[in-house]
Design a protein around this ligand. Structure first.
Ligand code: IPM
Ligand code: MN
Length: 353
């Protein structure tokens, strides 16, 4: 029987609560489909940093690297200034483990409370392939004459041919397996250097995928179409920051942050991939059972898919989706079930389906 060794980083706020539900459902899937889940817990995040003064000790990162995959809840706490744990933990893991694809499905499940009038699941099923190791996220830039009237700050977007090409290739492969449509999302009319590189790479790679229908959309128009006509899109490939922004919008369209899953992938499998809900640590609702674990559970399903357990992954997705229409809201006091009860219900349906 296969055993998967997973590292668990619950993190801060609602992170540990939702991650616990992910493992519940992964174990239930394992019983049904015949694999075992072995977990190691890592106490990392803003609270751990406040306690220990360390964000990610080298030895811990090395241990993480020795797992089949990493499941992350959420990190960040108001007491730690912005950027410290984000850069020091989350982005560090994405970069060091070369998880160059951030795969973020935007899928409207039946019964999910989309704010878009008359939107149906048939019209909203796309994936965003977000570049995850370059762009404006590298930290390149500088500040001069800080706190003077002459202060100057720059933040540079780094785009390498290799970095762009590998994520674009991944996106084309996805398009082949899906509905055969790929859209580059950028801002080539203004970002003429980076946008030009992206467009040329897409055009070059497209020649190798004659069956894929290739399109382009400016990121501002993307925001409009994602709301008015999400059926335009199948696979959307984009840079790091645009991907970050449009997937929050995507989360809203599909019914809220409580439903949005993601995977930080190293498609070459040299390093563990890392799966996490798109939402943050939501410290305001932590510890009350108000967090919707479905985003985390669906991220767990993406993890199984990555590990080669496609059947188990789609069974989890189905079981989780079946609960959505039964919830009063997608998070908060009106959810109608607690975080834990939702996890139990998904695990139970999975076992008996
Ligand atoms: C996300 C988050 C992160 C990002 C933050 C926490 C650094 O917003 O995963 O979307 O910007 O990538
Ligand atoms: Mn984000």
């Amino acid at each position: 029987m296969a055993t998967y060794r997973l590292a668990a980083i619950g993190g801060d706020g609602v992170g540990p609560e939702v991650t616990a539900q992910t493992f519940k459902t992964l174990r239930s899937a394992g019983e049904r489909f015949g694999f075992e889940i072995e977990t190691t817990d890592y106490d990392l995040g803003g609270n751990a940093y406040l306690r220990t003064g360390e964000i990610l000790p080298e030895s811990v990162e090395e241990e993480l690297g020795d797992h089949d995959a990493i499941l992350l809840g959420a990190i960040g706490t108001p007491e730690v200034p912005p950027g410290v744990v984000e850069r020091g933990l989350l982005l560090k893991l994405r970069f060091d483990f070369d998880q160059y694809v951030n795969l973020r499905p935007v899928k409207l499940f039946p019964g999910a409370p989309t704010p878009i009038k008359d939107l149906t699941p048939e019209r909203c099923d796309l994936v965003v392939v977000r570049e995850n190791t370059e762009g404006l996220y590298t930290g390149a830039g500088a500040v001069r004459d800080r706190e003077t009237a002459f202060e100057l700050a720059t933040q540079e977007s780094v785009n390498t041919r290799r970095g762009v090409e590998r994520v674009v290739r991944y996106a084309f492969d996805q398009a082949v397996q899906r509905r055969g449509k790929l859209t580059l999302c950028h801002k080539t009319n203004v970002l003429t250097y980076a946008g030009d590189l992206w467009q040329r790479v897409v055009d070059e790679v497209a020649a190798e995928y004659p069956s894929v229908d290739v399109g382009y959309v400016h990121v501002d128009a993307m925001c409009l179409y994602l709301v008015t006509e999400p059926e335009r899109f199948d696979v959307v490939v984009t840079d790091n920051l645009f991907g970050d922004i449009i997937t929050d919008l995507g989360a809203a369209v599909q019914g809220g942050m409580g439903l949005a899953a993601s995977g930080n992938l190293d498609p070459e499998r040299r390093c563990p991939s890392m799966f996490e809900p798109v939402h943050g640590s939501a410290p305001d609702i932590a510890g009350r059972g108000w967090a919707n674990p479905i985003a985390a559970v669906l991220s767990g399903a993406m993890c199984l898919d990555h590990l080669g357990e496609q059947e188990a992954a789609s069974a989890i997705e189905q079981a989780a989706a079946s609960v959505i229409p039964e919830l009063g809201s997608m998070g908060g006091p009106d959810m109608g079930m607690s975080t834990d009860q939702i996890g139990d219900l998904i695990a139970k349906r999975l076992a008996s389906s």
